[in-house]
Write a protein that binds this ligand. Structure first.
Ligand code: SAM
Length: 282
């Protein structure tokens, strides 16, 4: 196949790379990395392997969380002077639980063009094949390692009406799933492990069953956890009326409506209007 080599305009190219299978590199990413003046890498040794496979000989420089603050002014200066620079991470899309946000922000603030060179990302790859609801999702990144902070995070996320997407390591999966089961209860979830690699695995079950499984079988490799959204309320008007009639015997209209809304998972405003109507009937 013949392709025109990409000619790069000056600017920063946020370039996605494979999350396992090297065949997932896009033509455009290879062209951009070949044509750039410089590649900023999370780990130059890691990116060297990718470059060797694709015959990319562009100069490489480290840009990671430990040197980012020091490196940024120099990089912005190069971009202002017209350089074409690619930013890559070890795997997937930069900025997605990876370095790059501050660089992109500062480049844009300085009026420098920033171009996405899209490609793999573990969160999207997991969502695309897991069979979890994918119309709405919330990417939560890595849960905190400390128990209290993790529990507080899960509590905040519990009511979100969307599939929750987390990154996790094999070593911490069991503890995270146990904490998720405590907060999210009996929701379904999918563990997507080693996506695009030799030992790729998708395992779906209720959270408590997954927690029990991975407590016994400590998993190896990289993992995405997808937690299904909370079940939709199936409360009917009849359920609401029955609940409110009982509650109004013991509490005010406002309290009855708030309790009904919380218990039945319906809008407070609707519960309040119905509570008022029932009260007026009396
Ligand atoms: N920027 C990357 C992306 O776009 O997916 C994510 C980088 S983050 C530092 C690494 C985490 O992504 C891993 O700990 C794991 O949770 C997830 N991950 C990366 N590659 C994966 C794979 N092949 N299978 C499952 N999860 C993966």
């Amino acid at each position: 196949m013949t392709r025109a080599m990409l000619s790069l305009k000056p600017g920063l190219y946020v370039t996605a790379t494979p999350i396992g299978n090297l065949g997932d590199m896009t033509y455009r990413a290879v062209d951009a990395l070949k044509a750039a003046d410089l590649i900023l890498c999370e780990d130059t040794r890691h990116t060297a392997k990718l470059c060797a496979v694709y015959g990319i000989e562009t100069e490489r420089m480290a840009y990671h969380e430990h040197n980012a603050a020091r490196m940024r002014p120099e990089i912005i200066k190069k971009l202002q002077d017209g350089a074409r620079i690619c930013l890559v991470s070890d795997a997937g899309t930069p900025l997605i639980s990876d370095p790059g946000y501050k660089l992109v922000r500062e480049a844009r603030n300085a009026g420098i063009a920033v171009f996405p060179v899209p490609g793999p990302s573990a969160a999207i790859a997991a969502l695309s094949a897991a069979g979890a609801p994918s119309d709405k999702f919330y990417f939560a990144g890595f849960p905190p390692v400390k128990r209290d902070a993790r529990a507080a995070m899960f509590k905040k996320l519990a009511a979100i009406d969307a599939t929750l997407v987390f990154y996790e390591s094999g070593a911490r999966l069991s503890a995270s799933l146990t904490a998720m089961a405590q907060t999210f209860g009996d929701r379904r979830a999918v563990i997507a492990r080693e996506i695009t690699k030799l030992h790729e695995e998708f395992r779906e079950d209720l959270l408590p069953a997954l927690a029990a499984h991975y407590e016994k079988h400590s998993p190896k490799g990289e993992i995405v956890v997808l937690v299904f959204p909370p079940e939709k309320s199936i409360a009917t008007q009849k359920d609401l009326d029955a609940f409110l009639r009982r509650a109004l015997g013991e509490m005010s209209v406002k309290e009855a409506a708030a309790t009904a809304a919380e218990t039945l998972g319906i809008a407070r405003k609707a519960a309040y209007a119905r509570a008022l109507a029932i009260k007026d009937e009396k």
